[in-house]
Design a protein around this ligand. Structure first.
Ligand SMILES: [Zn+2]
Length: 298
């Protein structure tokens, strides 16, 4: 049985047809209508309806959607997405039900991603944390095989918790100083490196300079970023009592030695000393889109 799954991003939207083995059977991508939520969801429904016409073995009513938060995911109501400000107050659930036969289900993108990752680790453990380090930071949690989503689907907004108390960088989103997203994300690495070298430096270039030990100040900055990442993961192991964290997102796909570094730190600092703490760096290409398959298991 195929399911129609949609990943709405701040720049691109992708509507895909996914099978139970997490294969993308067909997909269509378009530029997200950042100023027009009605046009956005009309286009999604139009592509979805074409899939319904063209394929027989398709779950006719299901439309699973990952969208940037914060939203009330129980309704599909946009609350305050930083990159989609014109969507505030738009109820995608009502709109879809008024204009189609679909029954929509909504999650945030990290919740969709962890559902895909879980398929590949569930023979080892039923309890995992998924942490994504890309432009931003997100996390998700599966406990005893079940996705934990929080009261309205916003579980795991760890990006705007404080990791560096003495930071002098104020977050433009939450207005605190030293929140996780601004200290150890890809965007943070690029920002800090650009400040040091007084020119525009991409995340990738900053990591290259660090790995080549080409600039002392970059080394000091990256050492701190990695220490904060180790501390964050140690916090997660402690708070959630899990032994497995899956890391996803662009920055974790770099040459930075996240796995060894975090496992080593946690072995030293976690109070439980005899058990192994596992870091798995994701090797799935499209875990958000494919993970949506498992949002409403039947
Ligand atoms: Zn913040």
């Amino acid at each position: 049985m195929l399911k129609i799954c949609t990943d709405i991003g701040g720049t691109k939207t992708i509507v895909g047809l996914i099978d139970e083995h997490l294969a993308v059977i067909e997909s269509q991508k378009f530029d997200t209508y950042i100023n027009d939520p009605e046009a956005e969801f009309s286009e999604i429904m139009s592509i979805a309806n074409k899939y319904k016409e063209n394929y027989k073995n398709i779950d006719q009513n299901t439309l699973n959607i990952a969208m940037p938060g914060p939203c009330d995911y129980t309704k599909g109501l946009f609350l305050n997405p930083p990159n989609l400000q014109d969507y505030i107050g738009f109820n995608a659930g009502d709109y879809i039900k008024q204009h189609s036969e679909f029954t929509p289900h909504f999650v945030n993108d990290t919740d969709a991603a962890i559902l895909a990752e879980y398929q590949y680790i569930k023979s080892e453990t039923k309890d995992i944390i998924y942490l994504t380090i890309s432009t931003g930071i997100g996390m998700a949690y599966i406990r005893n095989g079940q996705l934990i989503t929080g009261v309205d689907g916003n579980f795991g907004e760890i990006g705007h918790t404080i990791i560096k108390n003495d930071s002098n960088y104020q977050c433009p989103v939450c207005h605190q100083f030293g929140c996780v997203e601004n200290e150890l994300s890809g965007l943070a690495i690029s920002r800090k490196a650009s400040d040091i070298l007084e020119r525009k430096v991409s995340t990738r270039e900053a990591i290259d300079i660090f790995m080549n030990k080409a600039d002392e100040n970059i080394t000091r900055m990256m050492d701190e970023v990695l220490l904060l990442t180790q501390q964050l993961c140690n916090n997660l192991y402690n708070i959630f009592n899990v032994y497995h964290i899956v890391l996803g997102g662009g920055v974790t796909q770099s040459v930075l030695p996240y796995k060894e570094m975090i496992e080593d730190y946690t072995q030293k600092h976690h109070l439980i000393q005899k058990k192994p703490f596992h870091i798995k760096v994701s090797d799935l290409k499209v875990n958000v889109l494919t993970g949506l398959y498992f949002v409403n298991p039947q």
